[in-house]
Design a protein. Sequence first.
Length: 269
Amino acid sequence: MGETRTDLYAPIHHGRTADEIVARIERLILDGVLRDGDRLPGERDLARRLDVSRPILREALKILETRGLLVSQHGGGTFVADIVGQVFSQPLIDLISRHGQARQDYLDYRRALEGMTAALAAERATDDDRAHLSGLIAEMRAGHAVDDYDRELEADIAFHTAIGESAHNIVLLHTMRACYRLLSEGILLNRRMVFAAPGAHDALLLQHEAILAGILARDPDRARAAAEAHIDFIIDAARAADRADDRARVSSLRRIHRDDSSSDSCEKS
């Protein structure tokens, strides 16, 4: 996560005030270096590393808690708050999960968003970013090789999130994280359903590799096209699965009707 963890809380050399500490930690959260659920070092350790007094540190942490960026657990430490999940309110999540058209809208949105993000990543990714993306594809391949869907799907989510980080656009980064929160929780799309489509398992891996290739080649157009093709495949797979589910539902209703009709006929006899 980020560069070197020991650099996150380097000493504050000028203006050792609560405001300086607040600004430092806010920036780490804004840049996506500190993520929701990350635990901050203990008070004594953090004060030492920042080279500030503990009263000043406590004041800064209190400000951050008041702003909803940190949460403290009694006796359990201080953690980064879940601010990503709040991009989509729970009532909105509940609403769109109950209406089928929402999934299509979600995929249309993802197609545009992911194409733009991949193109920016191709332009802006650092050496560290490219190495991280390559490592996630290697993890995806490893899961694929042994048919470990959970491992592969986890790497899939991490890969797309890392592309968002590699685009180096703060608003885009947090939008992507919120978008993938819905996906990882299976709210708008059952990823296993897509994996189960004929030929999908191998095709999805190749699509992710194509996105990586465009980013590594620093070719924005190639990266964008690969990302859009990936979402197009998911859209087609989701539609095919919906059609299959609908056919199964109708067949089941017909069978029930036949059974009921047969039972009625027997009773009349």
